[in-house]
Every structure is written in structure tokens, then in C-alpha cells.
Design a binder for this molecule. Structure first.
Ligand code: ADP
Ligand code: MG
Length: 255
């Protein structure tokens, strides 16, 4: 439908850190499905996620989520607008149980920072039961329900990766940003993770932006691929199209 706004749209976004142009006039559009964002280290992929989720504020440009301008909004407002994300490095609390780690995601839409989340938790007690039920449902879909009361510490890395995805899903986002979910996984477990990501896409009806270096995973589950280099979009298309694009090949070899 032409009137449906894109899940994510960046328009001429510029963000500098001192002399570094992390994003240098970045424009892109994600309509839905699973869209991979790839590019050499330092291309600006995580910076893009930080701009979309409100952690960074670009000096110029526009970022829209489902047609709503999100620039300048604080992270919890953007979360409440239906954006979930994971981080390149796991951001789980080892002494909290799996379901508690997932519940933290439910508080993120209400309050900024963990202290505010903790205060909110007191006020929220009466909603606790409903939130737990929602979190449990997400855990079930990711085959984590049996581990709900288990401390995060001591669980295999591949399981923790899924817990992190579960936390990003607990608010029922319409846009899910995954920052290198396969990083650090043994080769043999990457396909399994890809299966979970595809299932999430199907079961939760969420648009997924997948930043990933693991090309096998990108090729197997993405509907579309966007290539960044030096803070700009240099190619977009199907996985086959972009991997045959000379500009893309040069960007990788020249990096
Ligand atoms: P990618 O995720 O594609 O590897 P990043 O988005 O992390 O790349 O980084 C893009 C560029 O911006 C890099 O040169 C990086 O060093 C720089 N950068 C990112 N965040 C910051 C920051 N908070 N302060 C200074 N420089 C940053
Ligand atoms: Mg990164």
C-alpha cells in the first residue's frame, strides 16, 4: 500500500563526532520484512541505531518510524512508539532471572534509565501480573519459557542472545533493531539464531532491521540488504544484487 509509511526512514542524516562524520548524509528506507544493514567496521551502522532509538541526536536530517518523526524524542518515548532494539554487546543483568531481564524491557517504555525504572517498578506493582504474562508469552515463542526463573548468569551465550531479543520484543514493537545478533556465536549456532529471527518476524508481525557481519545469515534470511560505507548508503537491493555490485565490493576491499 502506497499510503502506508515506511517502517523506518532516514533522510539526509548527518552526525559528527568532532572531525569524524559517523553519518554523512545518510538516507534509507525500510518498508518491512527483514532488512539487513551491512558495511565495513565504522560505517555508521550502530550510530544509525542510536539515532533511531534516541541515544544520539544528529545535527541534521530526519528520522521517521512508521511516519512519525522521532528526532529529539527521549529513548523511552521512542520505545513507546514501537521501537525495540538489542545492543552489539549483551546488555543483560547476570544476577537477574531471565524473565526479570525481559521485564526490564517492559519498563523501558515508561522511564529513562534504571533508577527511574526502579521507581516506576514500585508504582507498577499492580500491573506486574499482566506484564509477567506478556513477558512469559514472548519467552514461550522464543522457546525460553523453561528458563524463565533461571539466573541469566551461567546460561549459554546462544541462549542469552535470545533473551536479549525477547527483551526487545516485550513491548510489542513494530520495528525491531538487532545489532549484530550473531557476533561471537560459534559458526554452528548461527543458522539456529537465523531460524529464531525469521520466526520472530512471522509471529510478531514486526519489521526487522538486522545489522550483521555474518554474510551467510544475511543472505539466508534478509528480504532486502542496505549497504553503508563512511556514513552513507552506497547500495540497496536483494542480497544477490548488492553482493554483485562493484561499489560494494570495492567498499569492502578498500576498508
Ligand atoms: P559500525 O557500527 O558500522 O561499525 P559505528 O556506528 O559504531 O560503526 O561508528 C561509526 C563511526 O563513528 C566510527 O568512526 C566511530 O568511531 C564513530 N563513533 C561512534 N560513536 C561515537 C561516539 N560516541 N564518540 C565518538 N565517535 C563515535
Ligand atoms: Mg556497530
Amino acid at each position: 500500500d502506497e499510503r502506508t509509511p515506511p517502517a523506518l526512514e532516514a533522510d539526509d542524516v548527518q552526525l559528527r563526532f568532532g572531525g569524524i562524520r559517523a553519518l554523512d548524509g545518510l538516507s534509507l528506507r525500510v518498508d518491512g520484512g527483514i532488512c539487513a544493514v551491512v558495511g565495513p567496521n565504522g560505517a555508521g551502522k550502530s550510530t544509525l541505531f542510536n539515532c533511531v532509538s534516541g541515544l544520539y541526536r544528529p545535527q541534521r536530517g530526519a528520522v521517521r518510524v512508521n511516519g512519525t518523526d522521532v528526532l529529539g524524542l527521549p529513548p523511552h518515548r521512542i520505545s513507546a512508539l514501537g521501537v525495540g532494539r538489542t545492543f552489539q554487546n549483551l546488555a543483560l543483568f547476570p544476577r537477574l532471572s531471565v524473565i526479570e531481564n525481559v521485564l526490564l524491557g517492559a519498563y523501558q517504555r515508561h522511564a529513562d534509565g534504571l533508577v527511574a525504572c526502579a521507581l516506576h517498578l514500585r508504582r507498577q506493582r499492580r500491573h506486574e501480573r499482566r506484564l509477567r504474562a506478556e513477558a512469559y508469552e514472548v519467552l514461550e515463542r522464543l522457546e525460553l519459557a523453561d528458563l524463565a526463573e533461571h539466573d541469566a548468569s551461567g546460561l549459554p551465550f546462544s541462549v542469552l542472545k535470545r533473551v536479549e531479543i525477547a527483551r526487545a520484543l516485550v513491548n510489542g514493537p513494530r520495528l525491531l533493531l538487532l545489532d549484530e545478533p550473531a557476533a561471537g556465536l560459534p559458526h554452528g549456532q548461527v543458522d539456529e539464531l537465523g531460524g529464531y529471527i525469521s520466526a520472530v518476524r512471522r509471529d510478531f508481525d514486526v519489521a526487522i532491521v538486522l545489522v550483521e557481519h555474518h554474510m551467510g545469515l544475511v543472505m539466508s534470511i534478509s528480504d532486502r540488504v542496505i549497504v553503508l560505507n563512511l556514513g552513507r548508503c552506497i547500495a540497496a537491493g536483494t542480497a544477490d544484487e548488492v553482493s554483485a555490485d562493484p561499489t560494494v565490493i570495492e567498499a569492502y576491499l578498500g576498508a
